[in-house]
Each structure stands twice: as C-alpha cells, then as structure tokens.
Design a protein around this ligand. Structure first.
Ligand SMILES: Cc1ncc(C[n+]2csc(CCOP(=O)(O)OP(=O)(O)O)c2C)c(N)n1
Ligand SMILES: [Mg+2]
Length: 528
C-alpha cells in the first residue's frame, strides 16, 4: 500500500511530504525513495503540518504531511486543524500499530479517526482492499470546495502489503474548482447590483482559488467599486491598484468597517467568514458570491451567486452598465485615512512595528513570499505589507495558531526554490518554532526571518491591560536570538533602528538570516 499511496501523490503533483519518522511509516518513506515525493524532515510534527500548509498556500496544490502513530499524530493535530479552518487542501498521513493489535493495544495507540474527525473534512483508514478508492476519495475531499484537511491512518502491516491500483496514472480525480458553473439564488441578484449607488467588493480566499484576479480587477475598474480583501486573500487585487481599499480586520480596521457600513451593497467575491476577527455588526445588504452557498450565515444575504468566482464576476461585469460608482479620488481618500490609522502611535526615533513591515516590504524583491505568525505583528503586517499578487502573502486567520509563520515560510521556500521568502514573526511564536531553523539551514533555503522582539505576548498583554489586570504569564523570556540563529546554522543580527534594518535586509542568501528587530510596541497600545 505504501507504493500505491506514493504513486497517487506523485500523480497528484505532490513534490514534498513534510514529516517526522516513526517505525510505522518507514515502509512508506522507503516507497518514496525512487521517484518521490521527497520526504522533508522537520524538527517536530506540529511544524511539519504547518510546512505542508505553507507549501499548499503558495502553490495552490495539496499539502502533505506525515507522522507516526500516537505521539506523532497528536503532535500533528494543530497544523491539520489549521488547514481545515484556513481552507487549505491537505492530506495528513499517520502510521498506526499493526492491525492485529489495533483494536486493543495500549502502548502509543490513540484512535486517529476520533482524534481527527472534528478538525478534518474526512478521517479515514486505508485498508488494502479499498485503498485505491479511499485514496481517491481523500484527494477529492481535501481539494473540493471548500478545501481542507483529510487524515489517513495506515497500519504498519498494511503499508507493507502490495496492492494494485492506479500506477498507470489515469485515476487521479480532478483537483481544481469548477471552471464556469454558476447557480443563482434569491430575487434578481444582478438587478440589485445595477440599483446600487455605493457598492463595495469584499474578496476572499475563494477568489484566490478560482484565479479571479483579472475578473475582479476588471469589474472594480468598470463599475468603480472599491475592493476590500480578507487577510488570507491579500494580493488578489494588487495593493497599488487605485480601487484597492484595504484588508479587513487588520490594523486600522475601523476605517474599513466604516466604508462597508456606508456602502449600500456589499458584493462578496469568495469571501469566507474565517477571514473575520470582529463580529459582523453592519446592516448593509450583501450579494454573496462564492464557490459555496452562504451556509455560515455569519452575515445575512438575500441573494447568492455560487460557482466559480471568476465566472461569477465576469457575468456581473457583462451585465454592468452605468457610470463608475466611486471615483478613484474617493477611494484614495479612504486609503489615506486607513494609512493614517495603521500608523497611529508612531514614535519618531524608535523602531515602530509598522516601519519594520514597510521597510521589509520595500526591500523585498518582486515576487517575494511573506509569511506572518500570529499576534499584534500579524495585525500590522496584514495591512502594511504591500501585496501585488495572490499566494505571496501567507497568513493564517482560520485557526490563527502561533507557530505557523516560520514553518510555513520553510514549506514555501522548499516548494518554490529560488523564490525569496521572508517570515515576519513575534518573539513568542518564534520561540515556539525556532529550532526549525536547522531545517532551513540544512536545505540552504533563501529565507529571511524578522523577529518582532518586544519581550511580550503583546496581543494578550494588551488584553490584560485593557481589563486592568496585572500582567501574568505574558512576558517572553529573552534569548540571544542572533546567537541562537548562528547555533542553528543561520546568520543572525540584532537591529533597533530603520537604518539598521535596511542594512540587514539582504535577500540574496546562501544561508538563512534571522534579524532580531527590537521594536517599540507603542503603536500596538495606541491602535489595538
Ligand atoms: C498556539 C497558540 N497559542 C496561543 C494563542 C493565543 N495568542 C494569540 S496572539 C498571542 C501572543 C503572540 O505573541 P508574539 O508571538 O510575541 O507576538 P506579538 O503579539 O508580541 O506580536 C497569543 C498567546 C494562539 N493564537 N496560538
Ligand atoms: Mg511579542
């Protein structure tokens, strides 16, 4: 069964499996030796799953991770849940004890199907006689809209059993969203649109998956509609486009919510409620355009167009008539107000978090992939980083697990060789995953890590402060980050000024680089 699974993965275009070994998966790893996919060993399973998620986010293909039974599979869980909530297609594979003992043995045995069921679209077990079907089911389930994680359990003995299947390559199911199909729900969605005077587009991950950038940009220009995007869809419209109107629920979020509240219609474009952080409290009517119906009902929408998001936007465009609803000058004024909001609390002579993001964004060569971890630095990065294309800004807003940023950057760098990758991380999330730097060093990745060093779990510290509580358990123990980086085979440097940061940022690397940016967190206190 090991070679059948390896063969399906190759046919599905999987180049890398991110994992950590155990006896139960040795047969599978051996089956990949000739012809791949390549096994990339992480320092721990939790990071391996985030590496797979990062690889899937930037390539648009299935991410694959691997663990052994029990302690391996339980460690994998966070990244698997993350893929499901972030709507990223992932196949997570775990070994299991021999089938002769699986029903009663205690040492290291947990029931994977019960463990993974709540955090996956499907948790299944490969049996020799049905493996061919179940692998196809797993591939199709992970990639079908909305995508997410599938977990497969394989017992040690069945990995060793030879089964015949699709080695000749014809049986991998389609793995992409439908190209053109559309369904209409509710009364005359297109008329609703023509009557709107202040409509705003709200784009999300579905637009990225459907490759809707050109259709979205054309519609925004023709109709004169500002485009707000979810953090996980950054770049789906270039952020230097005159109709780009900012990122929802990142820094300066009140300015964006004001725009949406003042609109007379919100047209979603593959927007998904996992892209929200604050509750939906506005009464603006919504036309829901997505690959799936509005089953979440986080916002009410009387009309829906479902199917391929690019095709839906093209249909709207084809039926559009009348003048541009917003002028570029009006959108520019909104963007200026937004910029002012995310720079609030700026202190001259200090290293402000927004400056770290802007400086890195300006220094990064075109096409650079950026990842953010989770915390106050993510909220600033989501707004201040200038994204020009989709799948280049990798942010988790579904599970929003700390410990995502560095592994996701490694996964991205592995799967897009030669592309510069920068990880923007808090010191707390960095401490969770720093030892993964040895993987980046081992593989000679073109990776720059910028640590927002503030000695605190800032996002939680601010919450304690706002409640008037003394600070408890929210400081981050200081480590000598450059020394730590050096000891893991990377270059390391500490900066406390913009000029220092500019000098340190070097994207032509043979060794990964870690920059400890000693920031003043005043902007966070002023804004969040
Ligand atoms: C795995 C995990 N544990 C806890 C949290 C809750 N949490 C959200 S932000 C945050 C603080 C992050 O601190 P740091 O990495 O230093 O980033 P900063 O907020 O300082 O920018 C915490 C603890 C989380 N999101 N994920
Ligand atoms: Mg911090």
């Amino acid at each position: 069964m090991a070679s059948l699974l390896a063969s399906y993965l190759r046919q599905a275009g999987t180049a890398h499996v991110f994992g950590y070994p155990g006896e139960s998966v040795v047969e599978f790893m051996e089956a990949t030796r000739d012809g791949g996919p390549a096994i990339v060993a992480a320092v721990r399973e939790a990071s391996a799953a985030f590496m797979a998620e990062g690889a899937a986010m930037c390539t648009g293909q299935l991410g694959v991770c691997l663990s052994t039974l029990g302690p391996g599979s339980t460690a994998l869980l966070n990244g698997v849940a993350s893929a499901t909530l972030d709507r990223i297609p992932m196949l997570a594979i775990s070994g299991q004890v021999d089938s002769s003992r699986e029903q009663f043995w205690t040492h290291q045995v947990v029931d994977h199907n019960r463990l993974f069921a709540p955090v996956t679209k499907l948790a299944a077990r490969l049996e020799p006689r049905s493996a061919d079907t179940v692998i196809r089911k797993a591939l199709r389930t992970a990639t079908a809209e909305r995508p997410g994680a599938v977990h497969l359990t394989v017992t040690t003995d069945s990995f060793g059993i030879t089964v015949t299947g699709s080695e000749n390559g014809a049986r991998v199911p389609p793995l992409a969203p439908a190209a053109t199909t559309l369904d209409f729900y509710g009364a005359e969605p297109l008329r609703q649109l023509s009557q709107a005077r202040r409509p705003v587009l709200l784009a999300g991950g579905g637009a990225v998956r459907c490759g809707a950038t050109a259709a979205l940009t054309r519609l925004a220009e023709r109709a004169g509609m500002p485009v707000v995007v979810g953090a996980m869809a950054k770049g789906v419209i270039s952020e230097d486009h005159p109709y780009f109107a900012g990122v929802l629920d990142m820094a300066g979020h009140r300015v964006i919510w004001d725009l949406l509240a003042r609109a007379d219609l919100i047209v979603t474009a593959g927007f998904d409620s996992v892209e929200l952080i604050t509750p939906w409290q506005i009464g603006t009517p919504v036309l829901h355009v997505d690959t799936t119906p509005n089953t979440d009902q986080v916002y009410p929408a009387a009309t829906e167009i479902t199917g391929n998001v690019a095709a839906a936007l093209e249909t709207i465009d084809a039926h559009w008539y009348g003048a541009q609803r917003w002028t570029p000058a009006e959108v520019a004024a909104h963007r200026a107000a937004l910029r002012q909001a995310w720079q609030d609390g700026y202190a001259s002579g200090r290293l402000n978090p927004s400056e770290v993001v802007s400086t890195a964004s300006e220094a990064a060569p075109a096409g650079t992939i950026v990842t953010a971890d989770v915390g106050s630095h993510k909220i600033i990065t989501g707004q201040a980083w200038v994204a020009r294309a989709p799948r280049e800004t990798l942010i988790t807003n579904g599970l929003s697990a700390m410990g995502f940023g560095l592994p996701a950057a490694i996964g991205a760098a592995v799967s897009r060789p030669g592309t510069p990758v920068v990880c923007l991380t808090g010191d707390g999330g960095f401490a969770m995953t720093a030892t993964e730097l040895s993987v980046a060093s081992r593989l000679g990745l073109n990776l720059v890590v910028v640590v927002f060093s503030d000695g605190s779990l800032n996002r939680i510290e601010l919450h304690q402060q706002s409640l008037g509580y003394p600070l408890t358990a929210t400081s981050v123990d200081r480590t000598d980050i450059p020394v730590l980086a050096e000891s893991l085979g990377c270059d390391g440097v500490r900066v406390d000024s913009v000029t220092g940061l500019e000098k340190a940022l070097d994207f032509r690397r043979t060794r990964p680089l870690v920059i400890e940016a000693r920031i003043d967190p005043g902007q966070y206190s002023a804004q969040f």
